[in-house]
Design a protein around this ligand. Structure first.
Ligand SMILES: Cc1cc2nc3c(=O)[nH]c(=O)nc-3n(C[C@H](O)[C@H](O)[C@H](O)COP(=O)(O)OP(=O)(O)OC[C@H]3O[C@@H](n4cnc5c(N)ncnc54)[C@H](O)[C@@H]3O)c2cc1C
Length: 295
């Protein structure tokens, strides 16, 4: 397997920002994944997996480590009985297609989530009152030392947009338990959800999905930031979506620093106006952080 050097990660994120990874590999099988992890150990590099980069903000300075993109058999999906078995890098759209063709329902909500099976485990992705935890049977996790073990949702510690997975651990395979449902019914459910999604969110813009987790408050993060007057607020080439205030759009050659500036301002205003400390849902890769809120 080829290990590439200095690969631009902006090509691998939906926002389209960020610098280079020092090393980059595309393992196609468990054997190649082990080979990549051995490379990282021998070069003392941290490891990060990139799914479809749909919840990822990469530092403009890049990532001084080995970035992995799971491909080949690690990105395929198939059905075995009532189990949907997906490689960690399998796009949700592919997994949903396989489930529908086999007449298995329960994964329809994932049509709203433009990521991978493994990325969904990492943050217990969810939409429309369902999430990975509700359908996940188990996930095969390979750690930095090369140890592989199957973990149940409880062992993964899944909760709202959170798992207990640690950086460097790779979700190589995922099994979902689904229930029989007619393909036509699945098609109708998916079409309905997609109409709802298009009406509420900027689906045709470069974004990374929700910026902040919803706080414990009567207002969602989006409504709160809207009330702070942030819709359309700009920094450099990025803006807070005029459609949904919990989304940041790359409108004109944005840098990750522009997204960080918008997030910093959003957190400051939510704290000032609502006394709420918003926590980011988007994952950071490389040297990125939000400044602490002034007390
Ligand atoms: C338009 C839009 C709408 C969205 N709507 C939703 C929504 O409704 N609900 C929702 O939950 N999310 C939503 N998202 C966010 C995103 O799609 C999900 O979080 C998705 O699960 C991320 O998957 P990914 O493969 O793209 O992961 P990435 O963004 O590539 O990575 C995210 C994190 O997961 C880790 N990771 C990825 N793959 C693996 C793996 N195989 N093993 C270990 N770690 C891994 C990465 O290292 C990183 O820390 C939306 C995003 C967009 C752009």
């Amino acid at each position: 397997m080829k290990i590439e050097q200095d690969v631009a990660l902006s090509r691998f994120t939906t926002l389209g920002t960020g610098g280079e990874a020092r090393a980059f590999a595309r393992p196609q099988s468990l054997d190649e994944l082990h080979e990549a992890l051995r490379y990282a150990r021998s070069h003392e590099l941290p490891v990060a997996v990139i799914g479809l980069g749909s919840n990822l903000l990469v530092a403009d300075e890049g990532f001084d480590g080995l970035a992995l993109k799971l491909v080949g058999e690690l990105a395929q999906a198939e059905v075995a009985g009532e189990l949907l078995v997906a490689g960690g890098g399998a796009p949700n759209a592919v997994a949903l297609h396989r489930a529908r063709a086999a007449g298995l329902g329960g994964f329809e909500f994932a049509c709203a989530i433009p990521g991978t099976a493994g990325g969904g485990v990492w943050m217990n992705a969810g939409a429309y009152r369902s999430d990975w935890a509700a359908i996940l049977e188990r996930a095969l996790v390979v750690d930095g030392e090369g140890w592989a073990n199957w973990r149940t949702p409880a062992e993964l510690g899944l909760s709202y947009r959170h798992s207990e997975l640690r950086h460097g651990e790779v979700v190589a395979r995922v099994e979902f338990r689904l229930t029989p449902r007619a393909p036509e019914e699945i098609k109708t459910i998916v079409a309905d959800l997609q109409v709802q999604r298009k009406a509420a969110q900027p689906t045709n813009k470069r974004t990374f999905g929700s910026v902040f987790k919803n706080p414990e408050h009567e207002l969602s993060a989006g409504r709160m930031l809207e009330a702070c007057g942030l819709k359309g607020h700009r920094s450099g080439g990025a803006q807070i979506s005029p459609r949904h205030a919990n989304f940041i759009e790359n409108t004109d050659g944005a840098r990750s620093a522009d997204a960080i500036a918008l997030m910093t301002e959003a957190r400051r205003r939510a704290a000032d106006q609502f006394g709420v400390e918003l926590r980011h849902e988007v994952e950071f890769l490389g040297p990125l952080e939000l400044p602490p809120l002034a007390k």
